[in-house]
Design a binder for this molecule. Structure first.
Ligand code: ADP
Ligand code: MG
Length: 479
């Protein structure tokens, strides 16, 4: 029997506000333990939470970008559970009236585009951290993270493979960075993902029993854990075993999932509206203001690059990988007034010179101005494109402070041949290849490439290809 895999995601996103969700302690990570902890973070009796507009507006911004319906009147609920890193004994979250409902995000896997529906997005606060590896016999609690603002985005069970899960997370990360709501860095824990996985006989409508893999902190782990989990469930079903909704842990080293606990029912959390926080009512004007400040979204930029600059899908994707990469590219295209050459320089020279994982363009030592001058040398016919890419670019990476012109002069890479010499060279090449010249003159115009190649070889490459072609055509056509 063949099976379909069905996956729904719950993605936790840390928001990049200055302060925490319900008090003005700094929302900051990696600092000394318990340094951003006022009485509110400690949950001292008598303290009261105050909602943070930055938290709410960021959630709205994400919702608008994803085409969600914004719940203009919404409120916070308490979700109760006991854990040492949760001093209040409950988490402030949203249950009944989440801030955003519906919406979708398009993903692409291979040639297939899929619109993944979003169930809702709600706001909540994070818990503190229990640290087990600092003290020999004690576990320690760090409350710096307690009360920091999160969003949880819950998808419909619309995904059907590990690859789609990977693509969805990547696309969401990209969006979050473009709208500047979160750095969405899974390695740093700014984004975590739970994957709900079930399998069902291929084509059947009814969904199977699901298991939930908790707290995945990389796209790759999410992809691999889902693949493993689907296989595990199929094996159980084929062996005639049944299983209940379980919460699972994924071990990336062994690449297996294991049961953490049988899943709690909803009632265990005793949800009810937080009486300390009044309902929030948002006006149309406020929403319009957030919409008006929305930056251009990555898929809109991609479409524009394809249509206006006539770039391929793959090029457009590469050039929009991060907001900074796109910013650099668009600066270069503006200054050089040549979108195509700028795109080629980005894809073939600049991006490969960056550390592939982080793709941080600020690591590039060559300035935007130097990149522009480099392109201008080529477009002005001062250096051939192939010589520039093979020799000038590597030299520029080595000596980013020296101007491309000076470097090209020092390395003797500039096109030195003058008009007379070019004429002499062209005459020589044509004389050396009388057969091809005759064929060209009989109409086999494609042979121009042969002559260009021969002249380039003869001259060692220091030729302006445009001027060479012009001269060759002139002499051949009039000969
Ligand atoms: P809970 O509150 O128990 O986590 P939800 O109904 O909110 O359950 O669903 C959480 C996630 O599980 C959603 O992303 C949803 O798409 C997904 N999901 C629900 N049913 C299934 C299923 N049968 N198989 C896979 N994913 C599912
Ligand atoms: Mg859940």
């Amino acid at each position: 029997m063949t099976y379909d895999t069905v996956i729904g995601l719950e993605v936790h996103i840390q928001m990049n506000t200055q302060t925490k969700a319900f008090c003005d302690d700094a929302n900051s990570f990696g600092d000394e333990a318990n340094t951003h902890v006022s009485a509110v973070s400690f949950a001292h009796p008598g303290t009261l939470p105050v909602a943070n507009t930055g938290h709410i507006d960021r959630a709205v911004k994400l919702g608008l970008a994803l085409g969600c319906e914004i719940n203009k009147t919404h409120f916070f609920d308490r979700k109760h559970y006991f854990y040492p890193d949760l001093p209040k004994g409950y988490q402030i979250t949203q249950d009944n009236q989440p801030i955003c409902i519906g919406g979708s995000l398009d993903i692409k896997v291979g040639d297939k585009t899929k619109s993944v529906k979003i169930h809702h997005i709600h706001m909540e606060e994070d818990a503190g951290k229990t640290v087990h590896d600092v003290h020999d016999t004690l576990s320690l609690v760090d409350l710096n993270r307690a009360g920091t603002p999160l969003m949880e985005l819950v998808t419909e069970p619309d995904l059907s493979s590990g690859e789609e899960v990977f693509a969805f997370i990547a696309e969401l990360q990209k969006l979050l960075r473009y709208i500047d709501v979160s750095d969405a860095d899974m390695e740093k824990g700014s984004m975590r993902c739970d994957c709900n996985v079930s399998v069902k006989p291929a084509g059947s409508v009814e969904l199977g029993e699901r298991c939930e893999i908790k707290n995945l902190n990389s796209k790759r782990y999410a992809r691999e854990s889902v693949k493993y989990e689907a296989k595990r469930q199929i094996k159980m079903i084929e062996a005639g075993q049944t299983f209940n909704k379980q919460t699972l842990h994924y071990d990336p080293v062994a690449n297996v999932t294991s049961v953490l606990r049988e899943k709690e029912g909803v009632a265990d959390y005793r949800y009810f509206p937080d009486p300390d926080l009044p309902p929030i009512v948002m006006t149309e004007d406020h929403l319009a203001g957030i919409q008006a400040e929305m930056p251009e979204l990555p898929w809109v930029i991609k479409k524009r690059l394809r249509e206006e600059a006539k770039l391929t899908e793959d090029y457009a994707e590469q050039l929009t990988r991060t907001p900074k990469i796109y910013e650099f590219y668009s600066g270069l295209a503006d200054k050089s007034k040549d979108a195509k050459s700028s795109a080629n320089l980005m894809i073939n020279q600049i991006l490969p010179s960056l550390d592939n994982d982080s793709m941080d363009i600020s690591e590039l030592k060559v300035s935007l101005d130097a990149c522009t001058s480099y392109l201008t040398l080529i477009s002005d016919g001062k250096i051939s494109a192939s010589i520039a890419h093979q020799q000038l670019w590597p030299a520029l990476l080595e000596s980013p402070k020296i101007s491309p012109m000076t470097l090209a002069e020092d390395l003797n890479l500039l096109i030195s041949i003058d008009d007379n010499a070019l004429g002499a060279l062209v005459t020589k090449i044509i004389e050396n290849n009388p057969g091809q010249a005759a064929q060209y003159r009989k109409g086999k115009k494609a042979l121009i490439g042969f002559f260009i190649g021969a002249a380039m070889r003869e001259s060692g490459g220091n030729l302006d290809p445009a001027a060479l072609k012009e001269e060759l055509t002139k002499v051949l056509d009039n000969g």
